[in-house]
Design a protein around this ligand. Sequence first.
Ligand SMILES: Cc1cc2nc3c(=O)[nH]c(=O)nc-3n(C[C@H](O)[C@H](O)[C@H](O)COP(=O)(O)O)c2cc1C
Length: 448
Amino acid sequence: MTITSSRADARPGTDAHPLHPEHTPTGTVQLGVFFQGVNSSTVWKLPSSGDQVAWESFERLVTKAQDGIFAAFFLGEGLRLREHRGVPFELDVAGRPDAQTLLSALASITQDIGLVATQNTTYNDPADLARRLQTLDLLSGGRAAWNVVTTDNAWTGENFRRGGYLDHADRYTQAAGVVDIARRFWRGEKIDHHGAHYTVQAQGSLPRSPQGEPVLFQAGVSPSGRDFAAATADVIFSPYGSLDAAIDFRRDIVDRTLAAGRDPQSVLIMPGAEFVLAASDAEAHDKLVWLREQQIGPQQAIAFLEQFWGRDLSTFDPDGPLPDVEPEVEESDVTRGSGFQFGKAKELTESWRAEAAEKGWSILDFVRARQGSRGGDFVGGYDTVADRITEFARVGAIDGLNITPWLIPSGIDDIVDELVPRLQDRGVYPTEYAGSTLRANLGLPIPA
Ligand SMILES: Cc1cc2nc3c(=O)[nH]c(=O)nc-3n(C[C@H](O)[C@H](O)[C@H](O)COP(=O)(O)O)c2cc1C
């Protein structure tokens, strides 16, 4: 991918045309590895696919990431299994050990890498959550982070004692309150809070860790999610991994950060990314085609479409055209927990049918193209991808990338062995850990 017009003139620190006049690119990137909470993108049917919940898989992955000077090992969270036709969705790799328990164990076998727990603010109680995160921060010597999420589906909400579910706007109001209480708890303040959703009378009693308190990540990109991140987060885990989208997102976040009265340099952005690498570009593109075949078979393709059509499509041929039947627009219980907006079903399925017909795609082709590894800018030969990442860093679009490996546990081996040295040669990636805490490695200050 190439970048256009004024963007091509940008230089870290000496920009004639910076992305934003109030933001100075650092010209460097960090890497994280993202272990999803519930997913259908890692390949689980190869002989080399490891157990997705076994200790050995986490141990191998975190050790390799630390060898590659990764800033963070990152756990997603899925609190309720997705269901399909009344039973757990069997084509998902589903379920995850509790993040803080697992990260506490991983802290004992690692020395440098940051440990990021995704924890939602809609269901957790603030003082309890704050104490557990602070414990992880202490146990790890100042390497803990909290990825603050609000979680986007009522299906998960039904599983919790209080029942019900918060409106979108209320979820971020709640998130701001939960984070505020957590921070005060970490600082040992006496808290006496009586709010709409919870009452907290507490005072933190643990000592501060070497990094002061956990780093705050945030994931969720609606306007209110972005405002919340700009006002609160240290690092945003965004879904924008293509250069143009990353540039637009950075500009927007710098504006929102300024509006919130914060220094735009203090909010880092690390998009999620999937890498497909090989010795040459041609080999990497062949590998991507092969990978899509591994990820999406006939069953997955039909099940994927059923989520959007809201009805049984098992009589349709995966090698034939997209279903010519209408979706059932009212909420169906075919797949639950996908976060899909049923009101848009008709519009969406019509546009998909038109796209597939125009391109001559079967159901299988369509779903593979749409759902298979979305490598985007990060599919290519080692040198090509190293050059692209260097470009992202040079223009200041991102501060790092959070990589979802397509294979567990060896999916980052080529990144560590082949890509990292090339990034180091280009001067955009650390050659050693900058310090012993996550804040030190991300270049973040210790909070007062
Ligand atoms: C890159 C990314 C990763 C996310 N990971 C998780 C996760 O692991 N668990 C979770 O419950 N929600 C996760 N979310 C969803 C957020 O919690 C949020 O509910 C959702 O994006 C809706 O918020 P929004 O409307 O502000 O985008 C993630 C969101 C993004 C953008």
